[in-house]
Write a protein that binds this ligand. Structure first.
Ligand code: FAD
Length: 422
C-alpha cells in the first residue's frame, strides 16, 4: 500500500478511528473528497484507489493525451499537492476487497481493515469483455486507464499500423479519429448500421460517420468480429461476421462498460443495473453511498433510474454524495451532460437520452456544414439538445430543458430567433 498523504494523523491509519472512506480513486472519488473538505468536514478522509496513480480523469485518454497534444496536467482534477495539503489520504495501488456494513469496515488487499463512519463506493466501470476467438492475442487491447492510453499512444504515434476498432460508440469513434490523425489505417466494426445511432439516432450519427470517412476511416457496419486471427501469438487480421478479412496488427475492443458492483453485491446492497441509490445517492444501507459510473440513481425529473457513464456526472454525483454523507439534504437533479471531440467536430449534449426515443428531431443550422444544434422535442418540450461546432449555447439549451416550457419547432429551427426568447 502506498500512502500519498504524509500526514501523521492517527485517524488515517487503517484500523483506527473512523472517518469518511471513499472506494475508487477516479473523478467521482476525488470530487467527493474535495467536497467533504469544502463543506467543512474536519475528520479523516481516505480514498482507496487500486490504480497506481492519484485520481485522474479519463476523457483526454482517448483524445488529446492519446494524440500527444495534452500532457499529464490535463488528467489531474486536483494537483498531487492538493491531497496532503487538504489532509486527504490516497491509498494508491490498494484494492478494497470487502465491505462489512454491520461492522462499518472496509477490508483492503493485504488484510488491513479501515473503519468508516460513512462510505462512498465510487468504483466506476470496467470495459465489457466478449470472448471473441483470438481476443488473447498480442496486439488486442481494451481501453479504460491511463496505462492503456500510454501503451496505445506509444504504438499509434509511430503511425503506419493497421488498426481495427471493435465498437461504434463514443470511445470507439474517438480512438478511431485519434488513430487516423496519427497516420494509421483504421477500420471500425460496430453493431449499428450507423455509428453512434443508439445514442443520437441515424441522421446525426451519419454526420460523425461522414467526417470519419472523409478522413479515411473505413466502416464495416453492421458487423462484429467473428474471429481475431494471428500468427505466433500476434494478431494479423480480423475476420468479420460479414465474412471480410481485415489486416490488423492492432485491435481495440471498445464495446461498452459494466459497472464495478462486486463489493456492493457481496455486501448485500441492492443492485439494479449498477448500485441502486436514491436521488441523494444513498444505497440500501443508510451509511453507504454510491456515485459516478457505478451508481444507478433515481432522477427527480424523469422519475426513472438512470446510470450515467459521463464526466459531468462524475463531478455532479461526487458533490451530491459528499453532501449526503454529511447529512445535508442533497439530490442529484442535474440535467445530464457530455461531450466529445472527433477530428474537427466538437460536440456537447445535454438532456435525457431516455426521453428522446419518441421525440421529434429539430435542427437549427446545417448538418452538411457540420455546424448545428439538434433538439429533441417531446410533447412540445425540449428533452435534449446537442450542439456541434456551435459554441456558448449550453446554458440556453439547459434552460430550455430545465424550464419545461412549451416551444414552437419553427422557432427552435430558426437561427435568427435567440434561444433565450423561445
Ligand atoms: C477513454 C475514455 C474517454 C472518455 N471520454 C469522455 C468524454 O469525452 N466525455 C464524457 O462525458 N465522459 C467520458 N468518459 C467517461 C468518464 O471518464 C467516466 O464517466 C468517469 O471516469 C467516471 O468516473 P468514476 O470516478 O465514477 O469512475 P472511474 O473513472 O472508472 O474510477 C473508478 C476508480 O475506482 C477504481 N476501483 C474499482 N474497484 C476498486 C476497488 N475494489 N478498490 C479500489 N479501487 C477500485 C478503478 O480502478 C478506478 O480507478 C470517458 C471514459 C473513458 C474510459
Amino acid at each position: 500500500m502506498t500512502e500519498s498523504s504524509t500526514t501523521s494523523s492517527p485517524s488515517r491509519t487503517p484500523g483506527t478511528a473512523p472517518g469518511m472512506v471513499i472506494i475508487g480513486g477516479g473523478l467521482t472519488g476525488a470530487t467527493a473528497a474535495e467536497t467533504l473538505r469544502k463543506e467543512g468536514y474536519a475528520g479523516a478522509v481516505t480514498i482507496v484507489a487500486d490504480e497506481p496513480e492519484i485520481p485522474y480523469q479519463r476523457p483526454p485518454l482517448s483524445k488529446g493525451f492519446l494524440a500527444g497534444k495534452e500532457g499529464e496536467d490535463a488528467l489531474l482534477p486536483y494537483p498531487a499537492a492538493w491531497y496532503p495539503e487538504n489532509n486527504v489520504t490516497v491509498l494508491t495501488g490498494t484494492a478494497a476487497t470487502g465491505v462489512d456494513p454491520a461492522a462499518h469496515t472496509v477490508t483492503l488487499a493485504g488484510g488491513d481493515t479501515l473503519a468508516y463512519e460513512k462510505l462512498l463506493i465510487a468504483t466506476g466501470a470496467t470495459p465489457r469483455i466478449i470472448p471473441f476467438p483470438g481476443v488473447d492475442l498480442d496486439g488486442v487491447h481494451y481501453f479504460r486507464s491511463k496505462a492503456d492510453s500510454l501503451a496505445m499512444k506509444e504504438l499509434l504515434s509511430a503511425g503506419g499500423h493497421n488498426v481495427v476498432m471493435i465498437g461504434s460508440g463514443w470511445i470507439g469513434m474517438e480512438i478511431a479519429a485519434t488513430a487516423r490523425e496519427l497516420g494509421n489505417t483504421v477500420t471500425l466494426l460496430g453493431l449499428e448500421e450507423v455509428p453512434l445511432s443508439v445514442a443520437i439516432g441515424k441522421e446525426l450519427g451519419a454526420v460523425f460517420a461522414a467526417r470519419h470517412e472523409e478522413a479515411g476511416v473505413k466502416f464495416v457496419l453492421p458487423s462484429s468480429a467473428a474471429e481475431i486471427q494471428g500468427t505466433d501469438g500476434k494478431v494479423t487480421s480480423v475476420l468479420t461476421t460479414t465474412g471480410e478479412t481485415i489486416p490488423a496488427d492492432l485491435v481495440v475492443v471498445a464495446i461498452g462498460v459494466v459497472p464495478n458492483i462486486g463489493l456492493a453485491k457481496d455486501a448485500g446492497l441492492v443492485i439494479n443495473n449498477g448500485i441502486e441509490v436514491t436521488g441523494g445517492l444513498q444505497t440500501s444501507d443508510p451509511d453507504i453511498f454510491a456515485a459516478g459510473d457505478v451508481a444507478n440513481s433515481l432522477h427527480p425529473v424523469t422519475g426513472q433510474f438512470a446510470r450515467s457513464e459521463h464526466w459531468a456526472n462524475a463531478i455532479a454525483s461526487g458533490k451530491v454524495a459528499a453532501k449526503s454523507m454529511l447529512g445535508q439534504d442533497a439530490e442529484l437533479n442535474d440535467i445530464p451532460y457530455f461531450y466529445t471531440d472527433q477530428f474537427d467536430l466538437g460536440m456537447e449534449y445535454s438532456g435525457f437520452g431516455a426521453l428522446t426515443k419518441d421525440a421529434e428531431l429539430v435542427i437549427r443550422g446545417s448538418l452538411e456544414k457540420r455546424e448545428f444544434i439538434a433538439f429533441w422535442v417531446l410533447e412540445g418540450k425540449v428533452v435534449a439538445g446537442m450542439n456541434v461546432n456551435v459554441w456558448d449555447v449550453q446554458d440556453a439549451i439547459k434552460d430550455l430543458i430545465g424550464s419545461g416550457r412549451t416551444v414552437e419547432a419553427a422557432k427552435l429551427a430558426d437561427p435568427q430567433t435567440p434561444l433565450e426568447t423561445i
